[in-house]
Design a protein around this ligand. Structure first.
Ligand SMILES: C[S@@+](CC[C@H](N)C(=O)[O-])C[C@H]1O[C@@H](n2cnc3c(N)ncnc32)[C@H](O)[C@@H]1O
Length: 339
């Protein structure tokens, strides 16, 4: 089976590593900064660090939309489509086109040919109003072209502004190299997306989730009252706290910090306030982190984290840093360990 996964731009290397770890991968077919295609021995349903995972029906290289249509029309995609679309169920479908991720207009004559070829496989009819299946023909800027099938609803996040989607939380948490005896802290938790995803991800010892705003902490307490959290709620500790003054935790107590501190954009913080917030928090983080501890931070590109380190004597060092795009905003991910 062949699949295409999507993820936030910038995470390709990590995504490759995780797919190699988690699937019966035969090989990667192609990838770029935000999509990856693979062949797997076993059928896959979902990988928690991917935004979406689609059955891949056809793929190749095309210099424009016309050659993208031609490529698909000359590929024997019947088997892949039958496999992923419940055969003989007469599913109505729509084919949508995308160039570099943006919707593109169809080329009528070729579109009709492709619809006809797909009708022969699916039995259903083209129906853009109420399709059972959406097929997407994509042409990327590196001339990579592919046809995927979208079943059911897309994992379009309807999350409150600023909340990290679960797949992005997973990617950041994976970078922290989670361990079963983790004492985890997110001191800027907001909606608690990171701490809750860490709890779902696998064993840990304790999770501390803090925010300076009481209402955020109360909201987490309400979530933890839900039945699904019954077993884990005793090991998750919501706290109203100031991340720049964490004296409640003793030295070397915390093994992992994964956090998305304020980027200064929405809070209207000026550069001086940002520098102060980050230096004071990092000083506390250095004190709290155990010897083999690790911290992963997602930080807006306007926050000069490396300069903060080089202009201070905070005993932490950045071991990995890479640029990413989060909801269209430029950001950096830093992996940090005690020095
Ligand atoms: C970028 S948001 C975190 C968003 C979160 N990752 C999510 O998915 O919802 C930063 C959070 O830090 C909190 N905050 C700001 N200054 C703080 C401080 N000094 N100590 C603790 N929390 C703080 C804000 O209230 C906000 O909820």
């Amino acid at each position: 089976m062949e699949y295409l996964g999507t993820f936030p731009a910038g995470f390709t290397e990590l995504v490759k590593r995780l797919i190699e770890r988690d699937t019966s991968l035969q090989k990667f077919l192609f990838y770029d900064e935000s999509v990856i295609a693979l062949r797997s021995e076993r059928p896959l349903t979902r990988l928690p660090y991917l935004k979406n995972l689609y059955p891949l029906i056809a793929w190749g290289r095309a210099k424009d939309l016309q050659s993208a249509y031609q490529l698909v029309l000359h590929t024997s995609f019947q088997k892949a489509l039958t496999f992923s679309a419940e055969p003989n169920s007469r599913q109505n479908f729509v084919i949508r086109l995308f160039i570099e991720g943006k919707p593109a207009p169809i080329i009528r004559e070729l579109h009709e040919k492709l619809e006809k070829a797909i009708m022969e496989v699916l039995g259903g009819r083209p129906n853009s109003e109420r399709p059972d299946l959406e097929l997407q023909l994509h042409l990327r800027k590196n001339q990579q072209c592919y046809l995927i099938v979208q079943k059911g609803k897309r994992s379009e996040e309807e999350l409150p502004a600023g909340t990290l989607p679960p797949y992005l939380c997973r990617l950041l948490l994976e970078l922290s190299n989670p361990q079963r005896d983790d004492i985890f802290l997110d001191p800027f938790m907001g909606s608690a997306a990171l701490p809750l995803e860490r709890a779902r991800m696998g064993p840990y010892q304790m999770i501390f989730a803090g925010d300076i705003k009481t209402e955020k902490v109360e909201a987490l307490k309400t979530i933890l009252k839900q039945k699904q959290w019954e077993k884990r709620r005793k090991t998750i500790f919501p706290k109203v706290l100031d991340a720049t003054q964490l004296e409640r935790f003793k030295d070397d107590f915390i093994t992992r910090i994964v956090s998305d501190p304020p980027w200064g954009l929405y809070e209207g913080l000026d550069m001086q306030a940002i520098l102060e917030l980050y230096s004071n928090f990092l000083r506390e983080a250095a004190r709290l982190l155990s010897k083999n501890g690790r911290m992963v931070l997602l930080v807006g590109s306007g926050v000069p984290l490396p300069e903060i380190f080089s202009n201070s004597d905070i005993p932490l060092k950045i071991i990995e840093q890479f640029p990413v795009l989060v909801s269209g905003q430029k950001a950096l991910v830093y992996v940090i360990i005690p020095e």
